[in-house]
Design a protein around this ligand. Structure first.
Ligand code: ADP
Length: 320
């Protein structure tokens, strides 16, 4: 199977393709703000900001010998550090193409970490393991069953040694920020919450620690559509506030187009990034934006590319 060259970002197929109506090419646009800023900076030139995340020719093979299995191959991408706006990147691709492997390599979690070949850099440093600057939210709600909502959200601060009063104050503020009710919900336990509420707790637990990179592995995959819209809106608002960079895995093309600055599309395993597409800003609530014509055009465009990756090679139409 031949896949397009998995790129330097500027040479990706997305960059080479003419821009579809609603999907701008990825190209070097992402790098432009930094160089523009540098060009117009006052005389005291500052050192360039290291990239938030950079993958240099990263591959991961699980197992060895006859059982060796290469999950991702030659992954290259860069996420710039923008002063006032973290980038929101989502990753789409067939099941098993290595999306979670990429996320967990950024997180520094084994056995995905370390990569078999290549370098994973976070803020210019090779990832050595997990760190508080990277927070993760999973699809299966990761709260502690024996802790209340308040204590679940405060848990990370407790691990950091923050005194009880202060961590409870911060956790209470986060209960409100994620749209839960301080009086009604703070003392509930996870089994007393709906799926959407539990995911609000999971998001609060992660964001209270102010990670500079938020890693989300299908966080809304188990939610019904109205709850999912609400969570998408919540995430957009929190992300703008936090100014963190987000990596987001989803199977929902609508969700990725709505939330993202950039969408990565991956090939079947061994996964490579075949396209990096820049998305138009959302600027409206999910249930409004996701009915608009240009939004739907972008979704169709991305769907065609994703389905192209998902189609088994054997199912390709016969020629002649
Ligand atoms: P995705 O998130 O796209 O579904 P993953 O990154 O979870 O893909 O997995 C990519 C491939 O690597 C899959 O075939 C999976 O079975 C395999 N894989 C993932 N983790 C391990 C592991 N710890 N050991 C062996 N194989 C693994």
């Amino acid at each position: 199977m031949s896949t397009p060259d998995p790129m330097q970002p500027a040479a990706s197929p997305a960059a080479a393709d003419p821009a579809p109506a609603a999907v701008a090419p990825s190209t070097a646009a992402a790098a432009a703000p930094a160089s523009v800023a540098a060009a117009s900076a006052p005389v005291a030139a500052t050192a360039p900001r290291p990239h938030v995340v950079e993958f240099r020719d990263v591959s991961k093979t699980y197992g060895s010998g006859a059982r060796a299995y290469t999950a991702i191959k030659n992954i290259n991408f860069v996420v710039d550090d923008r002063p006032d706006h973290g980038e929101f990147v989502s990753i789409l691709g067939p099941s098993g193409c290595g999306k979670s492997t990429i996320l967990r390599l950024i997180a520094g979690l084994s056995p995905q970490h370390p990569p078999t070949t290549g370098d994973v850099l976070v803020f210019g440093q090779r990832v050595a393991g997990a760190s508080a600057d990277r927070g993760m939210v999973f699809q299966d709600y990761t709260s502690f069953d024996h802790l209340s909502v308040l204590d679940n959200i405060a848990f990370g601060l407790e691990c950091r040694g923050v005194p009880l009063k202060e961590r409870h104050e911060q956790a209470m503020a986060w209960i409100a920020k994620v749209g839960l009710n301080k009086d009604a919900d703070a003392q509930k336990f996870p089994h007393q919450l709906s799926g959407g509420m539990r995911q609000r707790v999971a998001i609060a637990r992660t964001l209270i620690l102010k990670p500079r990179i938020i890693l989300m592995d299908e966080p809304f995959g188990a939610l019904d559509p109205p709850t999912r819209y609400a969570m998408q809106d919540l995430l957009m608002n929190l992300w703008r506030d936090q100014q963190a960079s987000v990596f987001f895995i989803t199977h929902s093309i609508e969700e990725s187009v709505f939330l993202s600055d950039r969408v990565f599309i991956m090939s079947r395993a061994p996964g490579t990034i075949t396209h990096q597409l820049k998305m138009p800003p959302a600027g409206k609530p999910a249930h409004v934006r996701q009915r608009e014509r240009d939004f739907l055009d972008a979704v169709f465009e991305v769907r065609d590319l994703v389905e192209g990756q998902e189609r088994p090679a054997a199912a390709a139409p016969a020629v002649g």
